[in-house]
Design a protein. Structure first.
Length: 471
């Protein structure tokens, strides 16, 4: 089939989180299964900085934005057999350091959506499935419904929700910039809402794990979208993400200090542990290291650590290494921990691929106490690197990590159920205890390294869905 993926970030071209990992791997897995795949992305500044020389202009045009005509360049690159199309506009994407968070995000991604539909016209609708991702693409199925171009009528749309909390909500004053007829489909709670538009107008809705699909029909998780999703229950499913083991495997990762696999993981982990401690200027010691690599957003649950982690650090029971950026308050808190326990805590605020890999390879445990987690890829990466995830049992974390049971010795991680400090504390105690029982500790690690979360299974489920839509 001919499938076109649309999204705002994809590795190796741009990345702020897991969406980029998904769009940098699922399309390629489908390509390997014999499908004809295109990906359309904005040409961000980071993309330009790294790939400018490799891109070729395919054609240029304009799209109307309010009373102006805005330039669109379509620049292409063949990447591992997949055609990647970059939407080029210097003003909207070319000079901004951040992918999101500017005052005019509504206008920028409204423009991008129009540019995508214009591209579909350019290729005369020669695709079967348009696979859209997150709010940045939510307007597109509605734009398609409004178009009078009959070459586009047959295209079926799949809209994947990677995180329902980010909805693309904008003041109605944005309307004239979008170049679409008004309808209440565009609105939610008296504002324009791109994600809601996608939920209402796409042919099928998916999200990134089975548990999150179920959770999304409850108000606690649904952020206002729960009733709309309930209405769509016959055309809404959860498909768990996979990861690309060519990218994330300790035996081929060129970022880490020492490559290792299941045959020499004890030696490999130890060497990487030393390298990690050195990287963060922390003294060695025979106590477990907990690693964090994350956006520091409320969703991720790190506020639970406040007032409980101090005791572990003070009593020499744990070391903590944090890589991330986001919430100022949390950054301040981790900074304060670093000042207070400088021998036990390492922090780096920002995005850093090499450090991230060294944490996956060198830590003993990997912490994800998420309040909610649509899928989570970090726990899957940790498993592969022999680093035991400590997770709250929600969404994709619940679907991918079996909690360790001290009596049966089953499980691949440490789990806790309630979003509370008490439960997190119990999980940390469990981790310390597991570390002290080196036989069990090694068993759990090894089990994790052997788990298989490659894309195979999930790509088959997407293929089945596309085929159903195509019939
Ligand atoms: P989310 O998409 O909600 O941020 P995921 O677990 O799905 O969470 O994916 C996060 C991805 O981003 C992982 O590949 C993780 O390693 C990476 N990542 C997160 N923060 C950083 C950082 N500060 N530096 C490098 N990589 C990061
Ligand atoms: C979102 C979610 C994360 C998921 C990722 C990829 O960023 O927060 O849980 O893994 O998308 O689907």
């Amino acid at each position: 089939m001919k499938i076109m993926f649309i999204g705002s970030e994809a590795t190796p071209f741009s990345k702020t989180g897991g969406l980029a990992d998904v769009l940098g791997s699922l399309p390629y897995a489908l390509h390997q299964m014999g499908h004809d795949i295109t990906i359309v992305l904005p040409k961000h500044k980071v993309t330009k900085d790294k790939f400018e020389e490799k891109l070729t202009v395919e054609h240029t045009t304009t799209v109307p934005v309010k009373d102006k005509k805005e330039f669109v360049g379509y620049e292409i690159l063949l990447h591992h057999g997949v055609k990647v199309v970059f939407v080029d506009n210097e003003y909207y994407f070319g000079y901004r350091e951040n992918l999101y968070g500017d005052y005019d995000d509504g206008e920028r991604y409204g423009y991008f959506s129009q540019a995508v539909v214009r591209y579909l016209k350019y290729i005369k609708g020669d695709i079967d499935i348009l696979h859209l991702n997150d709010w940045q693409t939510g307007l597109i199925p509605y734009l398609l419904q409004c178009t009078k171009n009959s070459a586009l009528n047959h295209i079926k749309t799949v809209f994947t929700i990677h995180n329902i909390a980010y909805q693309g909500r904008f003041d109605k004053a944005l309307m004239p910039y979008l170049n679409v007829p008004y309808s209440d489909i565009l609105e939610f709670d008296d504002t324009l809402n791109f994600l809601k538009t996608g939920i209402v107008s796409a042919d099928w809705i998916t999200t990134v794990s089975k548990s999150y699909a179920e959770e999304l029909t409850y108000a606690y998780f649904g952020y206002g979208m729960e009733d709309l999703l309930k209405e769509r229950q016959n055309t809404f499913i959860g498909i768990m993400n996979g990861i690309n083991y060519d990218e994330f495997s300790p035996n081929k990762d060129s970022y880490i200090a020492f490559n290792y696999g299941i045959h020499n993981y004890l030696k490999g982990k130890e060497k990487n542990r030393q390298a990690l401690l050195k990287m963060f200027h922390i003294e060695a010691g025979g106590i477990p290291i907990i690693g964090i690599v994350s956006r520091l957003a409320e969703q991720k649950g790190f506020n639970l650590l406040r007032d409980i982690i101090e005791d572990y650090l003070e009593k020499d029971r744990l070391k903590l290494i944090v890589l991330g950026s986001g919430d100022d308050d949390l950054e301040g808190y981790f900074d304060h921990l670093k000042q207070r326990f400088h021998d036990h805590v390492g922090v780096y605020f920002g995005y850093h691929e090499k450090m991230a890999r060294q944490i996956y390879a060198g830590a003993d445990f990997f912490l994800m106490p998420s309040r909610y987690e649509p899928c989570g890829l970090s726990q899957l990466i940790s498993l592969k690197y022999g680093t035991i995830p400590i997770i709250r049992q929600t969404g994709g974390l619940k679907d991918s990590i079996e909690p360790y049971n001290r009596y049966t010795h089953k499980g691949s991680g440490i789990g806790f159920l309630n979003f509370s400090k008490e439960d997190l504390k119990r999980a940390l105690d469990e981790a310390v205890k597991l570390y002290q029982n080196q036989t069990a500790f090694k068993q759990v690690k090894k089990r994790g390294m052997q788990a298989d979360f490659s894309w195979q299974q999930s790509a088959l489920q997407y293929e089945k869905l596309y085929q159903k839509l195509g019939d």
